[in-house]
Design a protein around this ligand. Structure first.
Ligand code: ATP
Length: 237
């Protein structure tokens, strides 16, 4: 297993946002975590990254317990997140944002990777000297993903990449997610758009009120009447 989460509990003061969940991801898998607003998806992702308070349980990555590892150790080990709301540096140029993505690396091929990102995202090449804050929402999401790829992730955590985007752009972002997975990057995708997430993923977990309510192969979850009724906008079949 590349990632093993056991008994994870996240608390904000008296609020138990995540109530002792189990989750595991093998190398090469594309796994999605779906559920309603406030179910605890982002808190789970942020806890894996060391950004939300872990009250109990463990997060093991590559066989190592990350509890004691400082936040900046994770990208160095290949665990990289694209945060909800993208988290780009609005005042920096596209190129500077991409360079920031490689901060955890000490090898020499950063320029080569920059070129590869520009090949994958021609819009970013065209706009490489523009400040990131002037990009459209879709371009900003592409920049956030490309910046994460600059860290050469083994495990990429994506938090709501479709948020606020028009349907055409959402489709493009999901195509990109699939391409990244095809290149061998393991992915954990948090999404409110359950249908699209289950269509690209190998496996999925459904979160409800801080707990894992259902888990299984993505096609199985897509066909599950409980998922269809609660998350795919269909009456129970
Ligand atoms: P969303 O899609 O809205 O991000 P989510 O499933 O990702 O939802 P979380 O953001 O993890 O859910 O939130 C889970 C619960 O924890 C919610 O009740 C939320 O209000 C609460 N919560 C999240 N972050 C904090 C925080 N920093 N302080 C206090 N409560 C928080």
């Amino acid at each position: 297993m590349l990632l093993e989460v056991n008994g994870l509990e996240v608390r904000y003061g008296g609020i138990r946002a995540v109530k002792g969940i189990e989750l595991a991801i093998e190398v090469g898998e594309l796994v999605c975590l779906i559920g309603a607003n406030g179910a605890g998806k982002s808190s789970t992702l942020r806890a894996i990254c060391g950004l939300a308070p872990v009250h109990a349980g463990s997060v093991r990555y590559g066989g190592v317990d990350l509890a004691a590892a400082p936040v900046h150790e994770r990208p160095r080990r290949g665990l990289v997140m694209v945060p909800e709301g993208r988290g780009i540096f609005a005042q920096l140029t596209v190129e500077e944002n991409l360079a920031m993505g490689a901060f955890s690396r000490d090898d020499a091929d950063v320029a080569g990777d920059l070129e590869r990102q520009f090949e994958s995202f021609p819009r970013l090449r065209e706009r490489r000297l523009q400040t990131a804050g002037t990009l459209s929402g879709g371009e900003q999401q592409m920049l956030a993903i490309a910046r994460a790829l600059m860290a050469r992730p083994r495990l990429l955590l994506l938090d709501e990449p479709s948020m606020g985007l028009a349907p055409r752009l959402v489709a493009r972002i999901f195509a990109i997610v699939r391409e990244i997975a095809a290149q061998g990057v393991t992915i954990l995708l948090v999404e409110q758009n359950a249908r699209l997430a289950l269509e690209v993923a190998d496996r999925g977990y459904v979160m409800e009120s801080g707990a894992i309510a259902l888990a299984g192969a993505a096609p199985q979850l897509l066909a599950d009447p409980r998922v269809r009724a609660a998350y795919l906008g269909e009456g129970a079949a």
